[in-house]
Design a protein around this ligand. Sequence first.
Ligand code: COA
Length: 313
Amino acid sequence: MTEQLRLLGMGMAVPDKVMANEDFEKIVDTSDAWIRERTGIRERRFIGEGSLTELAAEASRKAIARAGIAPEEIGLVICATATPERAVPATACMLQKKLRIPAGTPAFDINAACTGFIYAMAAAQAMLPAIRGKYALLIGAEEVSKILDMADRGTCVLFGDGAGAAVAGVTGKPGTRVRIFADGDEEALSCGGYGGEDRHLRMDGRKVFRFAVSRLEGEIRALEEETGIPVSGIDYVICHQANARILDHVRRKFGLPEEKLYVNLDRYGNTSAASIPIALAEMAERRMLAPGKRAFAVGFGAGLTWGSCYLEF
Ligand code: COA
């Protein structure tokens, strides 16, 4: 049986620079109405000045403060990012000194695209000996804006930059595992990505849409089975924020009332690995995550990758 991780404090940070849908009307052949109707996004943030590592540090400081712990008590740092400021050293290492986390503490990055934060949770759960008596700092941080092709209207309007962080502790209680999966077959690889000869993000929106809907559904059902709690008995379902129509599908499929499915993509767009921890941090800020509250968190992304976990606050 696995031990349950508990998220004790959350924080988020987004850049000041707001990119509204109207700003894209000047760049590509699109409209505020199209973007709103087809995606649910109204605006997103882009890092103009400043750096991703600074943003991740700000989110982390808030998470550490809200958890009420000292940086010295952190025994593991994992940063999920597909768009690090530098490939090497890892963002997690660059954060270590900034946050006064003691030298010697293991710190590394994970790239599982938009599922990154769930992967970070799974890695922390698998590394419990490193955090027993201490805490893990888990971060999702992305600067997707720097890989966007601002001439491709099918992708450039969808994404935003941001960072979310959580301090996790070990409860000592038996719990369910964090579920993580990937499928790198040719069909899956053709859904999207960036790097290699093409420095820009490319995506087959329709394929990803179908994949997202089926995985979200599958993961919610799997969590129901693993936890023995029907989704109707869960307080919140926190999905990766990619498209409001994907979220609507999930809401209808499971008959979820609006307040159970958290949505903030209208303000941030798709922030990839940062989207779930940003949602968690906002929910905590709004006092939605009181002790005893229970949530399913579900992510999906390029790779293809997907995963989910049960959270108890
Ligand atoms: N403004 C105006 N028109 C646009 C547009 C934009 N920003 N982007 C695409 N279009 C056009 C297309 O060119 C297409 O035109 P055509 O019919 O003349 O070829 C038309 O809109 C319909 O395109 P389609 O791809 O069918 O639209 P859609 O309803 O599937 O929406 C996405 C496109 C990208 C919004 C949608 O597929 C999506 O969100 N997919 C999932 C993406 C995702 O979640 N990615 C992240 C994974 S972690």
